[in-house]
Design a protein around this ligand. Structure first.
Ligand SMILES: Nc1ncnc2c1ncn2[C@@H]1O[C@H](COP(=O)(O)OP(=O)(O)OP(=O)(O)O)[C@@H](O)[C@H]1O
Length: 409
């Protein structure tokens, strides 16, 4: 549901973007890289641009913030034609995130995030508060990270700072070009989950380029499948693209296992979790073991004082302990309520536990998800016809100027 109103981190109103018969012809190229595209990006939604290499995704994205000038056509943001306004000014209103965050190596994390607010002449106090607020938003402890340099961060942390920087001046639009392309699959999964959580709070209009169809299904409210020349082969919801691919081109692009990909559409919070016996550090292990036996369980979840999972010992491990240690076990399979069932399944398979611990937004324990529950969900989503209401489908064609329909949302 898009809210389109004031947000948790600012007061800007999201805006619809419209590319109206936009063409990009690079000098010396025989064919246009983008061929007369008309594309509506609804306000407050995530629209994913996917397609084979060289089909014109990045060119389309960069024309929106005028890093690339269109050869023909018009682009509007809300009611405003932005084709002729100053490019620098426009880019302050559109956050831009690229692979590896694109951070300036000689500037601290705080200085990187503060670039646009400084240009806008904010006071030192306001900038400092905003930097800390954004670091919190992207799950980086401000006191620990604000004075570090990019080289002192992991790839995933750099990417988070990149997102924080793009959000700094609370722009209505975020443009993201393969932002998670350079990180390992587990970090990528976390960053995707975080983006979805942040989007729940900030409700931006997001255009996101990716090579990865699974990423498109997971993040997109809408997906545009391009062929060469940014020709729109299908512009639809992830459900409908999976269930009713418009052509064999789209089918090939989806690849094998469309049924399994449906799992990307369901989240852990949508399924029933199992309860678990819990224990605390310092308790007698035999007391915890007795509770595990009484409940007929195989394991106990050890929680810290904030109910965050520390470890997940089995009966056998408990029987070897005297008191429960406070040592965290980095290898326990953990997912959040916002994780997709597909990611949950991956986590379980990697850990071979056949189950994973589920935490909420504050990382507190809420229950256990099992492989059985995920398998049931696969059966259910196969049966469910994913016929979403298509009245609100945004416009996407390559056939010339469209009539602009009602308002900015
Ligand atoms: N500066 C340029 N000059 C000439 N041709 C270009 C330029 N930039 C891109 N192109 C061409 O335009 C087409 C579209 O490129 P674009 O980078 O938009 O594709 P893409 O879909 O983002 O590709 P990828 O997924 O590989 O990043 C390609 O054929 C590319 O070779």
């Amino acid at each position: 549901m898009s809210k389109n109103s004031s947000t948790a981190t600012g007061t800007s109103v999201s805006s619809r973007i419209l590319l109206d018969a936009v063409t990009k012809h690079y000098p010396g190229q025989s064919k246009p890289a983008v061929d007369g595209i008309t594309l509506e990006i609804p306000a407050g939604k995530i629209v994913m641009l996917v397609g084979p290499s060289g089909c014109g995704k990045t060119t389309t994205l960069k024309m929106i913030n005028r890093l690339i000038e269109p050869t023909e056509g018009r682009i509007t943001l809300g009611d405003e034609d932005v084709t002729n306004i100053d490019g620098d000014q426009l880019r302050r209103r559109m956050g831009y995130v690229i692979q590896a965050g694109g951070l300036f190596p000689h500037m601290t994390v705080a200085a990187n995030i503060a670039i646009v607010p400084k240009m806008l002449g904010w006071s030192k106090e306001k900038i400092k508060n905003r930097v800390d607020e954004l670091l919190e938003l992207v799950s980086l402890e401000p006191a620990m990270y604000r004075d570090r340099y990019p080289r002192e961060l992991s790839g995933g942390q750099q990417q988070r700072v990149g997102v924080a920087r793009a959000l700094a001046a609370d722009p209505p639009v975020l443009l993201m070009d393969e932002p998670f392309g350079a990180v390992d699959p587990i970090t990528r999964q976390r960053l995707q989950d975080e983006l979805l959580r942040i989007q729940e709070e900030v409700q931006k209009t997001i255009v996101f380029v990716t090579h990865d169809f699974d990423e498109a299904v997971k993040l997109g409210d809408w997906i545009v499948v391009f062929s060469e020349g940014a020709h729109i082969v299908q512009y639809d919801t992830p459900e409908r693209i999976l269930n009713e691919p418009a052509s064999s081109f789209v089918e090939d692009f989806i690849g094998a296992g469309a049924g399994l990909k449906q799992l990307t559409l369901n989240r852990v919070r949508d399924v029933e979790l199992a309860e678990a016996v819990t224990g605390s550090p310092g308790e007698m292990a035999q007391d915890v073991l007795a509770r595990v036996k009484e409940a007929g369980d195989g394991h106990a979840v050890i929680l810290d004082e904030n109910r965050r999972p520390l470890s997940w010992p089995s009966r056998r491990q408990l029987s070897r302990l005297e008191t429960i240690p406070a040592t965290p076990d980095a290898a326990i399979p953990l997912v959040t309520q916002g994780s997709t069932l597909s990611d949950a399944l991956d986590t379980m398979l990697v850990s071979s536990a056949g189950a994973a611990l589920v935490t909420d937004r504050r990382r507190s324990f809420v229950g256990v998800i099992t492989v059985e529950v995920v398998m049931e969900a696969i059966t259910r989503s196969r049966k469910a016809s994913a016929m979403a209401n298509d009245n609100d489908s945004p416009v996407g064609t390559n056939t010339g100027t469209i009539e602009v329909q009602g308002g900015t949302t």
